[in-house]
Design a protein around this ligand. Structure first.
Ligand code: ACO
Length: 403
């Protein structure tokens, strides 16, 4: 729609031409009413509400409702939603066996994607994309069970017993207890952790047609069920150029600290484009100004570390890196700024999460966005199976040798 965009399918029919657009830099795959981003101005809005106002005032579940159903919930709608999610936190008992069977040193993202995929086998009463009751039940089940499975993935990786959810607790507090509680002693939720984690999860809830959301929509366009589509999204998120960047940032900061080479030297290596050396947590396909989420995360990093009394050398390195990069012509001319992942790892580490759990936390945050997009796609009568064209560059027709 609008003067700056063309309907490519009409254009292709009229001209017979196919556009080649590596990485979909200039091709819209859909219309969407969920999230607005202006990358030039650094603006992000969910359903019209600025991210800064949402992060300050809303809870994770209230934001999830907003994304999925389009408007803010009434107090009754929100409490019923919360209650339903609490009632669905328990996993089918056999899923414990499923998790136990996976190798203890598997990456928790792989464990999580496998677990979500397995939901289609355990909950066959919510896998019909054409049945609104199935879709609703799958929505609630995913929101309720993903944090529990994520905590199982964590517990498995550190060799501790799985805990059962405590449904007297809020969404975020329950998740903290599942991760950091143990069978031997009571767990008291630290309100600083709880508030900070809720804020980070909200900031991750949606980001329009990013790689994992586009994956969820593409898989869903084949009429695959919601569990299968979200499992594909988790796998797409895993890559270091997407959600995996939060883990990669911390690895990079630790390498800079341990090598003793110094921040300025590392930045030189990035600018020289040494193989495999990038400034992780910098740059974004859409934001060519500051990522508005990065601003909020940076504030949280300072608040959390101060409130927990943690002094982390990695935060100092991150700040020095940011300062040097923001003043450097290489980064300025390419309009590379910190993205949401630049400071999240430092906070997750201070909270006590191991590095390999960082992208799992992103997945929990992004889940409402994936669901909202899948449902929007599923309800849109214009949806077609996603099927990109290609420009063939292989061998011309030739005869197979006779034998
Ligand atoms: N460090 C150093 N140089 C960079 C970086 C970086 N992080 N990001 C981009 N560049 C350079 C590229 O080398 C390129 O330089 P050139 O013009 O001299 O060839 C230029 O900036 C443009 O970069 P592209 O790769 O074309 O940008 P694209 O939009 O395709 O990539 C991406 C965006 C993948 C996010 C990229 O910036 C990147 O790899 N960043 C690091 C990983 C990261 O933090 N990912 C998280 C993204 S946010 C999210 O998923 C939540």
């Amino acid at each position: 729609d609008g003067p700056d965009s063309l309907d490519m399918s009409t254009l292709t029919k009229q001209t017979g031409l196919t556009g080649l657009d590596y990485g979909f830099v200039n091709t819209a795959s859909t219309k969407s009413a969920i999230t607005f981003i202006d990358g030039e101005q650094g603006i992000l809005r969910y359903r019209g509400y600025p991210i800064e106002q949402i992060a300050k005032n809303a809870s994770f579940l209230e934001t999830a409702w907003l994304l999925i159903y389009g408007e803010l919930p009434t107090a009754t709608e929100l409490s019923e939603f919360d209650e339903k999610i609490r009632r669905h936190t328990l996993l089918h008992e056999d899923l414990k066996g499923f998790f136990s069977a996976l190798p203890h040193d598997a990456h928790p993202m792989s464990v999580l994607a496998s677990g979500v995929s397995a939901l289609s086998t355990y909950y066959q009463d919510s896998i019909d994309p054409k049945n609104p009751e199935h879709v609703e039940l799958a929505t609630i089940r995913l929101l309720a069970k993903l944090p529990v499975m994520a905590a199982y993935a964590h517990k498995k990786s550190i060799g501790q017993a799985f805990l059962y959810p405590d449904n007297s607790l809020s969404f975020v507090d329950n998740f903290l207890k599942l991760n950091f509680g143990n069978l031997a002693e009571p767990y008291v939720v630290n309100p600083v952790l709880s508030k900070a984690l809720e804020r980070l999860l909200i900031l991750h809830e949606d980001h329009e047609q990013n790689a994992s959301t586009s994956t969820v929509r593409l898989v869903g366009s084949t009429e695959a069920n919601l569990f299968a589509s979200v499992s594909a999204g988790i796998n797409a998120l895993f890559g270091p150029l997407h959600g995996g960047a939060n883990e990669a940032v911390l690895t990079m900061l630790a390498e800079i600290r341990d090598s003793g080479e110094g921040v300025a030297r590392y930045v030189e290596r990035v600018k020289n484009k040494e193989a495999g050396v990038k400034l992780m947590g910098f740059g974004h396909r859409v934001y060519k100004n500051y990522d508005p989420r990065a601003k909020l995360v940076k504030e949280s990093a300072h608040e959390v570390l101060e409130a927990l009394g943690v002094k982390d050398e990695l935060l100092d390195i991150a700040m020095e890196l940011e300062k040097i990069a923001l003043e450097d012509e290489y980064f300025k001319s390419r309009r590379l700024y910190p993205n949401v992942d630049f400071y999240t790892g430092v906070i997750y580490k201070a909270m006590g999460f191991p590095t390999h759990m960082f992208t799992v936390l992103f997945a929990i945050g992004r889940l409402p966005g994936w669901i909202a997009h899948w449902r929007e796609m599923n309800e849109d009568p214009q949806t077609k199976i996603g099927r990109p064209q290609q420009l063939y560059t292989g061998a011309p027709a030739r005869d197979f040798p006779e034998r």
